[in-house]
Design a binder for this molecule. Structure first.
Ligand code: SF4
Ligand code: SF3
Length: 551
């Protein structure tokens, strides 16, 4: 196997024996095959759309297939086997639609090969062998590391776009432009000899698609659940039966809340589900009790200690310990072998498990947290914020956004929050926020010094607020007293990074380490075009961001 798509990749080069995430070589091969099958589907779907033909099943399947291969989503070879079988029949459908569209247009269909003509092996071993033949290493051998790295940057960005598009689609919001771009990009990476310039252009177009899909998801979330409202929530637990919901899927949380109403069970958010506590249409459920635990990589300890049922709605799942394997459930695209999967939105099994478990018998050492600062809430106090900047009460903003992870270097983000001068404000997004939730930051004239804008799914809020502030100050985002310090882990963060680069945002600091797929040559171009830089020491970076002369 070879995989270098996430930040924790082995030896900072690539996982080649087994994944640090727990992905074994068999699962890695099946995921590689699924990405390749999506390329085959996209070859037909892209060409069909240019002839005016498209198909909803094909569009949605591409989202699900790509989201399935995001880090910490699906570790189950049997589930992957059945998705691959479906991929082959979706590809056949895509081919028929293309042939019909050509016939309607009076043109000869192109003769497509490679992933477009793949026939799935009859059994799991055969599929694994097929997957081993389409992995990244094969492409590195023919295209070299720079071109392969740029292709992977695009594929990872597209995986992120697909994941966000799937969340929006779940809530009934879709974009034909986004579907079209996903197919075009996945077709593009099958070209035999792409140039560096062509790949940069496609990556920037992926950033454009990322902005669109983030806006679409924002629309989906806020039109379904209302605009998040600043809300003080409990971080801990209270006595009673309990269910813990992790991941990003608000719809699953809502369904679970409906089905647990009146059953004497408290529902808690975990990890990236924390911002759900600020949505009017979710917080109206009185048994949505608060938040339990920290970011995803602490789940093995925290789930062990949680005396109830656990539902994992999206990434990031880790190998469940035996002591809670019988009371953890997956939904949506998440899968772990041996873990019960809820495929139909009926959470009775989760509820039963919660009622059988002991639940909490005591009150925790509960803390308070503020959530709910989406763009609507922040722009609602825009005049106060602008006034504070003009008066000098607020000198600088730091957007500390992105993922958390196990890497020791992620303490950087805690240290940064602790060392930020008192006249500066931190905007947070994604599960990276858990690095600084314990830092007591206080307020500036009633404005909290830590403003959490939500999940990584809510990155549109940061874009919207930054653009509104830029308009108010008659500048562009680069002219604002704002520094972006991004912590990345998986491919949705790659998608958000491309969105920021597409918007022309410069001087982004990226950590805790740079992606392994970004080669020194590609990094040089990113530095030249966007001033993108790795994080260094906190003091040194803070001085640079604040324009302080270190001497
Ligand atoms: Fe390694 Fe990350 Fe790939 Fe898992 S997803 S195999 S940890 S690079
Ligand atoms: Fe976190 Fe997995 Fe990326 Fe949504 S839950 S930010 S890592």
């Amino acid at each position: 196997m070879f995989c270098y798509q996430c930040e924790q990749t082995a030896s900072r080069t690539g996982c080649c024996i087994t994944g640090i995430c727990g992905k074994n070589p068999e699962t890695a091969a099946l995921q590689d095959l699924l990405v390749d099958a999506t390329k085959g589907i996209s070859k037909f779907a892209h060409r069909s759309r240019e002839l005016g033909a498209s198909d909803k099943d094909i569009d949605v399947f591409a989202l699900e297939a790509l989201f399935t291969t995001v880090t910490n989503v699906n570790f189950d070879p049997e589930r992957l086997q059945s998705i691959l079988k479906e991929a082959a029949s979706i590809r056949d459908k895509a081919r028929e639609i293309y042939n019909q569209a050509c016939s309607d247009a009076g043109k000869e269909p192109e003769s497509l090969n490679g992933s477009a003509t793949w026939e799935p092996a009859a059994d799991l071993d055969g599929l694994i062998a097929q997957g081993e033949n389409v992995g990244i290493q094969k492409r590195v051998e023919t295209l070299g590391p720079d071109i392969t790295g740029l292709e992977e940057l695009l594929i990872y960005g597209v995986k992120g776009v697909a994941a966000y598009a799937k969340h929006a689609q779940t809530l009934g919001q879709e974009s034909d432009e986004v579907y079209a771009f996903i197919h075009e990009a996945m077709d593009f990476v099958t070209r035999p000899n792409p140039t560096v310039d062509e790949l940069f252009t496609m990556n920037m177009r992926c950033g454009e698609a990322a902005v669109k899909v983030l806006a679409l998801l924002d629309q989906a979330n806020t039109s379904t659940y209302g605009h998040p409202e600043p809300t003080e929530v409990m971080w801990g637990h209270i006595p009673g039966k309990a269910i813990l919901v992790s991941g990003h899927d608000l719809k699953d949380l809502e369904e679970l809340l409906k089905q647990t109403e009146g059953k004497g069970i408290n529902v808690y958010t975990h990890g990236e589900m924390l911002p759900a506590l600020g949505y009017p249409e979710l917080k109206k459920y009185k048994h949505l009790a608060g938040h339990y635990g920290g970011a995803w990589m602490r789940q093995r300890t925290e789930f062990s200690q949680f005396p109830g049922a656990i539902l994992m709605t999206t990434n990031c799942i880790q190998e469940p310990r035996e002591d809670y394997k019988g009371r953890i459930f997956t939904s949506g695209l998440v899968a772990w072998p041996g873990v019960t999967h809820i495929a139909d939105g009926d959470f009775s099994a989760v509820i039963e498990s919660a009622l059988e478990a002991p639940g909490f018998t005591d009150e925790g050492e509960n803390k308070k947290l503020m959530v709910g600062f989406g763009h609507n809430a922040v722009l609602g106090i825009a005049d106060t914020v602008i006034g504070a900047v003009k008066s000098g009460a607020i000198k600088h903003f730091f957007l500390i956004g992105g993922c958390d992870g196990s890497e020791l270097g992620r303490n950087y983000y805690t240290d940064l929050a602790e060392m930020m001068p008192h006249d500066t404000v931190a905007l947070t997004l994604g599960c990276g926020k858990f690095r600084i939730l314990d830092v007591d930051m206080g307020e500036i004239g009633g404005i909290p010094r830590r403003i959490d804008m939500g999940q990584c799914n809510d990155s549109f809020s940061a874009i919207k607020v930054a653009q509104a502030l830029a308009d108010a100050f008659g500048t562009d985002v680069n002219g604002l007293p704002l520094s972006l310090v991004i912590s990345w882990f998986e491919q949705k963060a790659v998608c958000v990074l491309l969105a920021l680069l597409h918007l022309g945002v410069k001087d982004i600091r990226l950590g805790p380490k740079l992606p392994a797929f970004i080669t020194p040559n590609v990094l040089q171009v990113l530095v030249e075009k966007f001033d993108i830089k790795p994080i260094h020491g906190v003091r040194q970076d803070l001085d640079a961001m604040l324009g302080v002369d270190a001497a």
